[in-house]
Ligand binder design. Sequence first.
Ligand code: 5GP
Length: 180
Amino acid sequence: MHPDVQEILISEEEIAGKVRELAAGISEDYRGKSVLMVGIIKGAVIFLSDLIRYIEVPVNIDFMAVSSYGKVSKSSGVVKILKDLDQSIENRNVIVVEDIVDTGLTLKYMLENLTTRKPASLKTCTLLDKPSRRKVKVVPDYNGFTIPDKFVVGYGLDYAENYRNLREICVLKPEVYTKG
Ligand code: 5GP
């Protein structure tokens, strides 16, 4: 275990099993169609790359990078697009892939924005869901794990850009946050 980790919330094996389960569900639901998976950079990158390898319908991928505009907009849900999609999603079956849904503001913004681009269908898939922190009503169509209100890292999720490479979903030791 990494020395900064206090607790492993979800093991590598549990994640791998869940990724296959989610991919099987998506393959079933989109049988006879193709799907465009839109990953949100950077947190969803590892999840997306594992997920697509178990999806059995034709898959394309694209990425968006977003950030909230600072404190005020964190509560208002204004999100800035730092990198937009490379391709049109008109008439495509789109699944937005997130690492975690927390307040729901990011996902709500993404859904509103992408809806205006007229996809054939638009769904959401998240590895983790923290429903206790929700500020707006969004329910992911596919969810890996519902977790308690704890800040987690690993499997793509960071703290100050670190720990994305951990293979498990972890909670850090409190002193990590006070180290400066
Ligand atoms: P929301 O807009 O739903 O509040 O936030 C979603 C984003 O906040 C996620 O994509 C992620 O970047 C970040 N986030 C929320 N909770 C956590 C957490 O527990 N750990 C990490 N590393 N990021 C989180």
